[in-house]
Design a binder for this molecule. Structure first.
Ligand code: ZN
Length: 293
């Protein structure tokens, strides 16, 4: 592959994984396919960053490389699994990525996990005993935790009070496991916005009467909101960047291969780093090309 010239206006893929298992399905990625995805991305010059880094502009992958955000929804056990002794089990996506990054230090672990901490607040990743330890390990190793509501509610189908409760309690239980950690990213369950849409990124919920141990008020303010589909995301450096409406690319065959080929065929549409951080919204929008007559 010839070296790519910096292109701060190009697009960035935010990949979206769900479950993992022995075989590929629409919502399940085989571990072997995940290994292959990481190899392909690394070989084609992609370098992982968190969503927090992407939407704040604070990322500087090496000159000539393209950042990629790798997200995991719903907090299943096969994303991050612990042994009965409380160690990371080898058969989970996180262990596969960590093993890959030991062989390829230019592709460090930067996984972004959108979790539903569940009614009791302790069921992210489906091993209640280890839920807090897992969240802490992800952050310690360079990953990110985002809110995905308490119970994966369809926010377009419940009343406003339930929307507020779902977002507030999802955030509350994540924050309880991660003292001092600021949650800045939110993934819409099913990709559905609440009404009004701004509740997905900013709001507050008065907890009165809900639980004695909760604070009186829970507020949220998120920098990024990600949807479910279906295209590469814009550069955060271009004017008009709208981080509350970020598209993602679902990883299943043949979808992921199609997008990787797209950027091989059209390298000029791909974000290519100049090795430096820039301010969000700092590049003026290009004037639309005048139509040929
Ligand atoms: Zn989900």
């Amino acid at each position: 592959m010839p070296p790519l010239r910096p292109n701060l206006r190009g697009r960035i893929m935010i990949l979206e994984y769900h479950r993992f298992g022995p075989k590929d399905h629409r919502w399940v990625r085989a571990y072997s396919s995940f290994d292959h995805d990481l190899q392909t991305l690394e070989a084609q010059g992609y370098r992982p960053i968190t969503l927090r880094a992407y939407s704040s502009g604070h990322f500087a992958t090496p000159r000539g490389t393209t950042p990629v955000v790798i997200t995991f929804d719903d907090g299943s056990n096969n994303q991050v699994k612990f042994t009965p002794q409380g160690k990371l089990a080898p058969d989970c996506a996180m262990a596969h990525w960590l093993a890959f990054s030991r062989r390829h230090p230019d592709f460090p672990f930067r996984g972004v996990f959108f979790v539903n901490p569940g009614p009791g607040g302790d069921s992210a990743f489906a091993q209640p005993r280890w839920s807090t330890a897992k969240l802490r390990m992800i952050v310690r190793l360079g990953g990110e935790i985002g809110n995905h509501t308490l119970t994966h509610a369809n926010l377009g189908r419940v009343p406003r009070s339930a929307v507020e409760r779902e977002i507030a309690l999802g955030q509350y239980f994540i924050a309880r496991a991660l003292p001092g950690y600021k949650i800045v990213s939110f993934a819409l369950p099913y990709g559905v916005y609440p009404k009004p849409r701004s509740l997905a990124w900013r709001g507050d919920w008065a907890t009165s009467g809900f639980g004695r141990r909760l604070p009186a008020q829970i507020r949220w303010h998120y920098r990024s909101v990600v949807k479910v589909g279906a295209s590469p995301a814009p550069s955060p450096y271009v004017a008009g960047f709208r981080p509350h409406f970020l598209p993602r690319i679902q990883v299943f065959d043949p979808n992921i291969g199609r997008w990787l080929r797209y950027f091989q065929l059209h390298p000029g549409r791909r974000f290519v780093s100049d090795g430096q951080e820039h301010a969000v919204d700092s590049l003026p929008k290009l004037a639309p090309r005048s139509r040929r007559r």
